[in-house]
Design a protein around this ligand. Sequence first.
Ligand SMILES: NC(=O)c1ccc[n+]([C@@H]2O[C@H](COP(=O)([O-])OP(=O)(O)OC[C@H]3O[C@@H](n4cnc5c(N)ncnc54)[C@H](OP(=O)(O)O)[C@@H]3O)[C@@H](O)[C@H]2O)c1
Length: 317
Amino acid sequence: MTTMRAVRAHKRGGAEELVYETAPRPVPAEGEVLVAVNAASITNGELGWDATWTDSFDGTGVDRTPVVPSHEVSGVVAELGPAVTGLAVGEEVYGLIPFTRDGAAAEYVTVPAEALAAKPSRLAHADAAALPLAALTAWQALVGHAALAPGQHVLIHGGAGGVGSLAVQIAAALGARVSATAAAGDREFVAGLGADQVFDYIGDRFEDHVHDADVVLDTVGGQTQSRSWTTLRPGGTLVSIVQPPNPDDAASRAARGVFFVVSPDRNGLEAITALIDQGRLTPVVDRVVSLSETRAAYEALQTEHPRGKVVLRISEG
Ligand SMILES: NC(=O)c1ccc[n+]([C@@H]2O[C@H](COP(=O)([O-])OP(=O)(O)OC[C@H]3O[C@@H](n4cnc5c(N)ncnc54)[C@H](OP(=O)(O)O)[C@@H]3O)[C@@H](O)[C@H]2O)c1
């Protein structure tokens, strides 16, 4: 059996279950690609999702332990499974791995071919790995679910976060007027990403200032979501990536409330690559750590306030 170094959890839990160890190297099945991982990135909260531990999203799935976390990958195609077309061994790729499979905190991972796209050539792997989940979430929210159009006004909560920092840039690139909320210390950072106005989420009441938003992107949930309805124009759309909007609140504003979970999407990645190539989107990397530091990185995410993504470097490139 061929082996690899990987970070795995042998039973469901938090970061304390993650072990850096030797594991079997996976073999690509039909339609899958074996990727030699250069970099992966981690997401706050992913160890709490059912899909990280089972084969479904809703708590009814079959246990998959031991599991490998971290579902954003940038690397090189090492082997093609049967019936894969459109990708070649040696090609640099990036993508979002379906959450109900093993992730990329390992030297190798198998990925359905349709979840991968060519890596943006101007980016190093560590920067490309910061994109798939966060950028696809922002893209699918703003373009797919909200149909954000040039000239429209969007309010983005959590503008300095992993998703928010890319959503601000994508919305600005789409020609929207962008308002955002962020910590006071992140005001200038978020303005630099393209926000026209930034509200301190503690010191300012965003709902006193925004009343005509066509779209709200909620990356925070709770009170932030419930206080957002009055910021929307009638008929506007609130898209949450955290919790389903209350239908009564939406109806009271004649608005639309949407919750969704990001999905792997080669077309979306290609649109993101185009924005990168045009210089209109830049990944935001808080820091890069080694694979052996993965557990500490997940632990730290529970208390710290990163700007953008925490990336695992598995090999150079
Ligand atoms: N449904 C999906 O498909 C999907 C996809 C990706 C992520 N998610 C979820 O979406 C959430 C955000 O993900 P992320 O990776 O962007 O997290 P993140 O990097 O931790 O970013 C969250 C940001 O929100 C800020 N924030 C905290 N409280 C706030 C408030 N009351 N008002 C405004 N901003 C506030 C944080 O600032 P401070 O750090 O300064 O507090 C931080 O910058 C997580 O719950 C994640 O699990 C869902």
